[in-house]
Design a protein around this ligand. Structure first.
Ligand SMILES: NC(=O)c1ccc[n+]([C@@H]2O[C@H](COP(=O)([O-])OP(=O)(O)OC[C@H]3O[C@@H](n4cnc5c(N)ncnc54)[C@H](OP(=O)(O)O)[C@@H]3O)[C@@H](O)[C@H]2O)c1
Length: 330
């Protein structure tokens, strides 16, 4: 048997800021009984990764650490509790659970978040099959459970926003898509989105009020925060609920107290990292749907960068996030 790698080339974070990393070698820990060693083939940059680099995400890891929350790769070894014949050689989508994130040649992670994929799924697609698809599924599941006929979403030109629209419509739920630029409005309309509004337009608040009332949108999914959350909640019918699942604006949500007291409106959060362990049965249902409806849950790819060009990848992605994912291909 060939010996396993003990070190990996990786993006290593030494301080929490966008420049606080170097590409260097990092020691791999020995495999625990229920862990898997993968050779990473691709890993996307997501908003959560950018927030993590800046120390502004929901978790901070002791430094130095390797960033990157999700990716795809090939299993090359497993811990002693796992049957090697079931795992080794399989291509999989995966999440990072320990100090080693996915911007690395080799990843050690827990087997519960390594999900083998079918042969017809590309390496690129496999690397983006968990974070956004499972979140889009979970949000639409909340809407279906609440029995709403229509939902509103912000950052609708994001990879997740496009999935949420396609999957929501496949479940018979109309989606009102809010974007921040005219070009995003055009691209979503060209993709077939029926209800698209630009929050930078002068008529936005009135247009949203009319659309929300016409379609009966009593639930909204907000990835932006800041003052947009209040504008959306105000435009929705009494008794509506907004679920904040991202903070792209980087500023606190402010909502007038009148909305809570006199309009019976509600604001709550959503985090996939909490939802997954609390909903194992739904995770399995969501994963089956993501594989079966791969067209609905697909992400476009804009560019690939090697580890050594992480700087270029980060610059391209943070300058403009729409238009396809930027992938790290070690
Ligand atoms: N809570 C959870 O568990 C969870 C899980 C997955 C994803 N998320 C969140 O879901 C959101 C979308 O993720 P993604 O990977 O799909 O994103 P993405 O494909 O990288 O796209 C991000 C989108 O947000 C837009 N945007 C950026 N800053 C904005 C702002 N201040 N106001 C309005 N729009 C803004 C970008 O527009 P430009 O092109 O103009 O930059 C782009 O269309 C993120 O907030 C992410 O953190 C949350």
């Amino acid at each position: 048997m060939t010996s396993l790698p003990t070190r990996t080339r990786a993006v290593v974070l030494h301080s929490y800021n966008l420049d606080g990393w170097r590409v260097e070698d990092y020691d791999l820990p020995p495999l625990k009984p229920d862990e898997v060693l993968l050779r990473v083939t691709a890993a996307p940059l997501n908003p959560s990764d950018v927030a993590f680099l800046q120390g502004m995400y929901g978790i901070r890891k002791p430094l130095p650490t390797i960033p990157g929350f999700e990716g795809g790769g090939q299993v090359i070894a497993v811990g002693e509790k796992l049957n090697a014949a079931d795992w080794v050689g399989r291509r999989a989508a995966c999440l990072a659970t320990g100090a080693i994130g996915t911007y690395t040649e080799y990843l050690v992670t827990h087997s519960s978040v390594v999900l083998p994929v079918a042969d017809d799924i590309s390496d690129d697609a496999a690397s983006m099959m968990l974070v956004n698809p499972l979140t889009a599924w979970a949000l639409i599941d909340m809407a279906a459970a609440a029995g709403v006929k229509a939902v509103i979403q912000t950052a609708a030109a994001s990879a997740l926003g496009k999935m949420l629209r396609r999957f929501g419509e496949s479940r018979g739920i109309a989606v009102i898509n809010i974007v921040r630029r005219a070009a995003q409005m055009e691209s979503l309309t060209a993709e077939g989105a029926a209800h698209v509004l630009d929050s930078s337009s002068e008529t936005f608040d009135g247009d949203l009020r009319g659309m929300a009332s016409g379609l009966g949108a009593r639930m909204a999914f907000d990835a932006v925060g800041g003052s947009l959350t209040d504008r959306i909640l105000r435009a929705m019918p009494n008794g509506s609920r907004i679920i904040v699942y991202g903070g792209l604006e980087g500023s606190p949500v402010s909502v007038g107290v009148d909305q809570f007291i006199f309009r019976d409106k509600h604001v709550q959060g959503f985090w996939l990292s909490s939802w997954m362990p609390q909903n194992p049965v739904k995770v399995a249902e969501a994963w089956a749907a993501v594989q079966a409806q791969s067209a609905a849950f697909r992400s476009d790819v804009r560019a690939h960068f090697s580890l050594d060009r992480f700087d270029d990848a980060l610059r391209l992605y943070t300058a403009q996030m729409s238009g396809g994912k930027v992938l790290i291909t070690p």
